[in-house]
Design a protein around this ligand. Structure first.
Ligand SMILES: Nc1ncnc2c1ncn2[C@@H]1O[C@H](COP(=O)(O)OP(=O)(O)OP(=O)(O)O)[C@@H](O)[C@H]1O
Ligand SMILES: CC(C)(CO)[C@@H](O)C(=O)NCCC(=O)O
Ligand SMILES: [K+]
Length: 249
């Protein structure tokens, strides 16, 4: 079995797959290294013989996690590293090492699945879009605050915006003009995310006409579903790219 980890800025997404056929044994989302150890250890008949990691955290935090895994499970983790070119995709950044590894791997995964031009929209702590042309050239992308950052900026920099998480979730059952603070803020931020997604899709259409695939991933992907009806929602897109960057056999 292989342990796969996607270390984002707020959460660690994990899953365990069978090495032979990549079927999924288990998975989840945790907010610390210790919670990860506990969650993975709780899997019945766990037999790990490999681990691959993508991280957008600092080198020190990622190394710490590697040590925790070595101590806890006696496995050496393969950490995905930046590349100028991989699996037919050419990194579009002037300085390829600066492109976030989550973005790079999602782009690799998307191009592999689409076998043609593609747009990746990843809605997590940050909202990201990346463009890969039909010939595998990564054209670059965009980074904006995602839902958690937009929300917390409003809460932090205003005195009268205060509400709890449960009411936030209830507030987005529709997107009509809000009649309370929580509705106004939560719906406003969802509309911002939807506007982001629509604009990226317009741009892809200007570049490629109708010949492209849109991928939607990240924890907040469901919030823009209706704004991007043609998109393929692939929650594990980063893991698709991770397996390509860290082959373990
Ligand atoms: N089960 C879940 N656990 C945690 N967050 C979730 C879950 N389902 C949806 N979300 C939402 O997903 C968002 C976080 O997305 P994601 O996990 O993709 O972020 P991240 O990987 O930490 O961030 P980034 O990729 O920008 O570094 C939050 O706004 C959160 O509300
Ligand atoms: C944008 C984030 C924070 C999203 O997780 C990550 O991809 C990252 O740290 N990127 C480095 C900066 C860049 O991609 O240009
Ligand atoms: K991520």
């Amino acid at each position: 079995m292989i342990l796969e980890l996607d270390c984002g800025n707020s959460f660690i997404k994990w899953r365990v797959i069978h090495a032979a056929d990549a079927t999924i044994v288990g998975g989840g989302i945790v907010d610390s290294d210790q919670a990860l150890l506990a969650a993975v250890s709780a899997l019945p008949s766990l037999r790990l013989n490999g681990c691959r990691i993508v991280s957008v955290r600092s080198e020190q935090e990622t190394e710490e996690l590697r040590s925790v895994l070595l101590a806890g499970f006696a496995i050496q983790a393969c950490i995905a590293l930046p590349a100028q070119e991989m699996a037919g995709v050419r990194n579009g950044y002037d300085d390829y090492e600066r492109l976030g590894m989550d973005r790079w791997l999602a782009a690799l995964g998307a191009y592999h699945l689409a076998k043609g031009a593609c747009l990746v929209i990843d809605l997590g702590t940050a909202a990201k879009a990346d463009f890969v042309a039909a010939d595998g050239e990564h054209l670059g992308g965009y980074i904006c605050p995602g839902m958690p950052l937009m929300r917390s900026q409003l809460r932090t920099h205003t005195r009268r915006i205060r509400y709890d998480d449960a009411s936030a979730e209830r507030a987005v059952s529709t997107l009509e003009p809000g009649r309370s603070t929580v509705e106004a803020v939560e719906r406003g931020c969802v509309l911002m995310l939807q506007g982001f997604a629509r604009t990226q899709i317009e741009q892809a259409r200007a570049l490629w006409g109708d010949h492209f695939t849109v991928f939607l991933t990240g924890g907040d992907a469901p919030l823009v579903r209706e704004a991007a009806p043609q998109a393929r929602i692939v929650p594990d897109l980063v893991f698709v790219g991770l397996a390509m960057a860290c082959p373990l056999d």
